[in-house]
Design a protein. Structure first.
Length: 249
């Protein structure tokens, strides 16, 4: 079985560590700004990347960052292509059957985005017949299909960027996605003519770092390191780079 091997990119970062030759291989997606994306130089960047590097430094490990497609991330983890997933992955009961999660490292709510002054009301009547996009295999797509089944025309995408591109071109009426990357997009040139539509949707969505079920020691080490970077202020320094408000609650 292929796990996006042809498109997989590995980038090694030397963390400020004691003399340790141990490497922690961390996978992310790369198409979910501002959490994980490719910068102008083609390097992986974003909140998830900075958190990964901070955890490696706290654990005195070397980081090897690996890019893989979203739907292949858990498969690649269990196939031992890497050790950890830091990719803004929601902790769900279904995913917990396949992987183990750390304590949450941020929280998320859902929101619709659409054209400014679209007049669309987020209700059964207001959404009837509308075409709404979402990233496939996510909390957003599950919520959309469960809540508005038979009411909206649901279109699922491999990346959030693809969904937002169809929104700007008029092929979608709305996109349902996570509020934090949606907020980031609305500040960009591409999102300037768009806005949040309706209220934020609290689904008790907590975001965790995934490891294999058998790696209990690693899970414990990650939890200890996560608590440490929160308590020593490193987490807040990273968060402030991307958001003018707290995302840890």
């Amino acid at each position: 079985m292929l796990f996006g091997i042809l498109s997989m990119l590995s980038i090694t970062f030397a963390c400020h560590t004691a003399n340790s030759e141990t490497t922690l291989r961390i996978a992310t997606e790369g198409y979910y700004a501002p959490f994980n994306y490719f910068d102008a130089n083609g390097a992986l960047a974003g909140f998830d990347i900075d958190i990964s590097l901070a955890l490696c430094a706290e654990m005195a490990l070397e980081c090897e960052l690996v890019q893989n497609d979203w739907e292949d991330l858990m498969l690649g983890l269990n196939d031992r292509q890497y050790d950890v997933i830091v990719a803004s992955m929601s902790i769900t009961a279904e995913r917990e059957k396949q992987v183990a999660f750390t304590l949450p490292y941020y929280s998320n709510m859902l929101t619709f985005v659409g054209k400014k002054n679209s007049g669309i009301e987020i209700s059964v009547d207001g959404l009837t017949g509308k075409t709404v996009g979402a990233l496939r295999s996510t909390v957003s797509s599950n919520y959309l299909e469960e809540t508005y089944d038979g009411i909206v025309d649901v279109r699922l995408y491999d990346t959030q960027d693809d969904a937002l591109a169809d929104l700007t071109s008029g092929q979608l009426d709305l996109v349902l996605g996570d509020n934090l990357p949606s907020y980031d997009w609305l500040q960009s040139g591409s999102g300037k003519d768009h806005a949040f539509v309706g209220e934020f949707i609290d689904t008790n969505d907590r975001i965790g770092i995934a490891v294999r079920h058998t790696d209990t020691d690693l899970l414990d080490q990650l939890n200890v390191a996560l608590i440490a970077i929160i308590e020593n202020g490193t987490y807040q320094q990273i968060s402030t780079k991307y958001f003018p408000f707290s995302i840890y609650f």
